[in-house]
Design a protein around this ligand. Structure first.
Ligand SMILES: Nc1nc2c(ncn2[C@@H]2O[C@H](COP(=O)(O)OP(=O)(O)OP(=O)(O)O)[C@@H](O)[C@H]2O)c(=O)[nH]1
Ligand SMILES: [Mg+2]
Length: 365
């Protein structure tokens, strides 16, 4: 199984800035009183859910996130500026989980301890949702605030409070409801552009799409999320082309839309290649409901399209074949109706499963 959808990161809020030690200097006043201002507060660590991010892959490369320190206080009772908060942007659907630690004294005969239970610390379900996660340390007090009736010239000052730090797990729960699969050039990006307001790149060459893209389909007052991934070629599951890196992204889709270029040399073979790759990849991809769609109907006549659909039924055992043109939008409405129906069936099944097994067991360790 590939887990492209989890990452462990280190976060730390900023130290508070130190308070200043300073004395007033004025003409004719020999010993001015203390006037050191407080240090600024350290920056917070804030998580924000944003649209347009589809994976946690960036967190594989950047794992440490530290907010800025607060600035030192200054004379004339000027306060140090607060450190900037660090806003960590995560894809919609991300959960933040604790990093369970071994519990002391629980080692079994082989020396393996029990671990704390993993807790969900935040769950991002709406774009723009923000969670202030770690608060920056407060700034230290300047010497002015140490002045008392008995100590009129204190040299004490606070050094600033440390920030908080921790390791957390990020887990991306659900990427999309429906995943588009097919060979390069099948017209996947053209279709996502037709049915969502996404602007995926379209090109008359293979591997135009190089990373997954999500779009929201609005159909009959309902919404679902569609994912476009790079085209799959024979051997993709073992790493040929670039499709394999992205098969993991459709593991969580409920339904697959399998697009076939009707103008290709051998549409039945194209169907088989992709189906074989889904099976070879594993992860349950070949068990997902698959809607088979013959695309580019505008280039061939209805009769020819029907012939190819018939071949798919006879030679590849496909039950239903949808005929569409992603470019003109023809045939897309009945296709989306079917997608909604299957999604509803899947949701009902998942709900029943959830109720019987509770939360799926998942462990970062
Ligand atoms: N006439 C016609 N051309 C289409 C249709 N759908 C896609 N095309 C063309 O087919 C070519 C490939 O389309 P894309 O949408 O980029 O295909 P893709 O499946 O996303 O390709 P990759 O990203 O390489 O996997 C482009 O030149 C499109 O203009 C269609 O329904 N009719
Ligand atoms: Mg594409």
């Amino acid at each position: 199984m590939h887990f492209l959808d989890q990452a462990k990161i280190y976060i730390k809020s900023g130290w508070g800035g130190p308070g200043a030690v300073s004395f007033r200097r004025e003409k004719y006043v020999e010993y001015g009183g203390p006037d050191g201002g407080n240090g600024g507060k350290g920056g917070d660590i804030i998580f924000e859910a944003v649209a347009g991010l589809n994976t946690l892959i960036d967190f594989r490369y950047t794992q440490h996130f530290k907010a800025q320190r607060g600035m030192p206080g200054m004379g004339k009772n000027r306060y140090g500026a607060g450190g900037n908060d660090l806003i960590v942007k995560v894809p919609l659907g991300t959960q933040i989980l604790s990093d369970p630690q071994p519990i002391e004294g629980t080692e079994d005969e082989d020396g393996y301890p029990e671990y704390e239970e993993q807790e969900i610390l935040a769950d991002f379900t709406e774009v723009g949702q923000r969670v202030s996660f770690l608060r920056g340390g407060d700034g230290g007090r300047g010497n002015l605030s140490y002045k008392t009736s008995t100590n009129r010239a204190p040299r004490q000052h606070g050094t600033g409070w440390p920030g908080q730090e921790m390791w957390v797990w990020l887990r991306l729960k659900l990427l999309a409801d429906v995943g588009l699969v097919g060979m390069p050039n099948a017209g996947k990006s053209t279709l996502i552009n037709q049915v969502t307001n996404t602007k995926a790149k379209v090109g008359a060459y293979a591997f135009t799409t190089t990373k997954p893209q999500l779009g929201v389909v609005l159909h009959r007052d309902r919404e679902f999320v569609l994912a476009d991934i790079p085209g799959l070629i024979a051997g993709a599951a073992e790493g040929a082309g670039i499709g394999d890196r992205f098969l993991g992204h459709i593991e969580r889709c409920r339904v697959l839309l399998h697009l076939i270029d009707a103008t290709g040399d051998d549409p039945v073979e194209a169907f088989r290649i992709v189906t074989d790759e889904l099976a070879a990849y594993g992860g349950g991809l070949d068990e997902k409901p698959q809607i088979v769609v013959l695309n580019k109907g505008d280039l061939l006549g209805q009769e020819l399209m029907e012939d190819i659909a018939e071949q798919l039924r006879e030679q590849a055992g496909v039950e239903d074949v949808f005929i569409i043109s992603g470019a003109t939008g023809e045939g897309v409405t009945p296709l989306l109706d079917t997608v909604l129906e299957i999604l509803d069936e899947e949701r009902i099944e998942e709900k029943a499963d959830d109720e019987s097994d509770g939360e799926a067991t998942w462990s970062p360790i």
